[in-house]
Design a protein around this ligand. Structure first.
Ligand SMILES: [Zn+2]
Length: 382
């Protein structure tokens, strides 16, 4: 098969404008535990799924406060939101916005397409536009969304390899997915059941595609309900280590990506439930809040040890935003000033991002943090 011969290597001499960098550069530093000239323990780079300009602003603020790696991820539905229904237009708008911020940023910023697919005609257009406008793309060809079933290994390799052929020569990193991850991320990404990544298939996939970023499935789940309330999510860390060994044998530059790895913040849930009570009614909403199930950070730490240096992060930030909005409304529902609500929720989002970056060990990469990291306290303030 033609795609088993020499996939193109990632072109590392490509220079992006201003402070933009290839996402893989950030991840490799994390895998090798590099912060400036210092060698530290392996850490992870959270990839923040941003859906609004406000989300981008809050994330960049958090990166700059901590001198952290900056990885902004855009899903297809987020791009549609930026583009008033048109994902390709949204991609141009969002990427130009980040490029403008990068001109004066104190840290390096990477932009990534989350869950791009190279199967449907519209999916292909978005991936092609992402290769032109972003610094990294995900080619998620593990599931045939139209047919609602997993793709064959051969098709997954073939389609992902096409994206690598297009992206690597221009210095854009590619993330592949192998295995099926259950849960619903947004209306464009959902599956009923997970399957673990098969180690034999992993080797074939990595060699055949040449991707340096891979999302294997080891038991995580998309969305806010990762298990039954009261039950703990258990990830297959042993399998993760087995997979890392195979990947490292092919190239030390390969990093793994954890999808569906959101950890929920107890303090946010408590804050939101309290505000809902204050606002009266909303019984069913309170129950829903108390039934959200995330992945314990201890489990995620295990994954970082196994080379998962990109941690996709979304649900906890959405929850923090909503909790802050409930707080703002409970505090003053007659404040006729969009900026006030915007500021309350932006501050909360920044806090949520700071917390995740600190948990992941992602600070002091580009400059010293501007806050006392050891004494950071996550608080929603109105
Ligand atoms: Zn995902």
């Amino acid at each position: 098969m033609k795609y088993y011969q020499n996939p193109p290597e990632l072109n590392r001499s490509r220079k992006f404008p201003d402070n933009l960098v290839c996402a893989h550069d950030l991840l490799l530093k994390a895998k090798n535990g590099e912060k400036g000239n210092r060698k530290v323990e392996r850490y992870a780079v959270p990839a923040f799924n941003v859906t609004t300009f406000q989300g981008i602003n809050a994330a960049v603020e958090a990166f700059e406060i901590l001198g952290a790696s900056g990885l902004l991820a855009f899903s297809n539905s987020a791009l549609k939101h930026f583009g008033r229904g048109d994902a390709v237009a949204g991609l141009a708008i969002a990427s130009q916005y980040v490029e403008t911020l990068a001109k004066t940023s104190t840290v390096k910023l990477a932009t990534h397409l989350d869950h791009g697919d190279y199967m449907s005609e519209t999916g292909r257009k978005v991936v092609q536009a992402a290769v032109r406008n972003l610094t990294s793309v995900m080619a998620d060809n593990s599931t045939d969304k139209a047919a609602g079933k997993p793709t064959s290994l051969e098709d997954n390799i073939g389609l992902t390899r096409e994206v690598v052929n297009m992206a690597h020569p221009v210095g854009v990193s590619v993330e592949g997915e192998l295995g099926v991850l259950a849960g619903e991320e947004d209306e464009d990404t959902r599956a009923e059941e997970s399957t673990y990544t098969n180690p034999v298939e992993l080797e074939q996939f990595l060699k055949g595609t040449g991707v340096l970023m891979l999302a294997p499935t080891i038991g995580t789940k998309h969305g806010p309900n990762k298990g039954k309330p009261g039950e703990k999510v258990k990830l297959n860390i042993q399998l993760a280590h087995e997979l890392l060994k195979i990947a490292d044998n092919i190239s030390d530059d390969i990093v793994f990506v954890a999808h569906g790895a959101s950890t929920l913040y107890g303090e946010v849930v408590a804050y939101a439930t309290e505000r809902l009570k204050q606002l009266g009614g909303h019984h069913t909403d309170r129950t829903k809040w108390s039934e959200f199930v995330g992945t314990d950070w201890e489990q995620i730490k295990g994954l970082i040890g196994a080379g998962f240096c990109k941690i996709n992060t979304d649900t906890e930030n959405r929850q923090t935003y909503l909790a802050a909005l409930l707080g703002a409304v409970a505090e003053n529902a007659a404040k006729i000033d969009i900026r006030w609500y915007d500021n309350v929720t932006t501050r909360a989002l920044t806090q949520s991002y700071l917390k995740k970056l600190i948990l992941a060990g992602d600070y002091g990469v580009w400059h010293e943090p501007r806050i006392d990291v050891a004494n950071f306290k996550f608080e929603i303030t109105v």
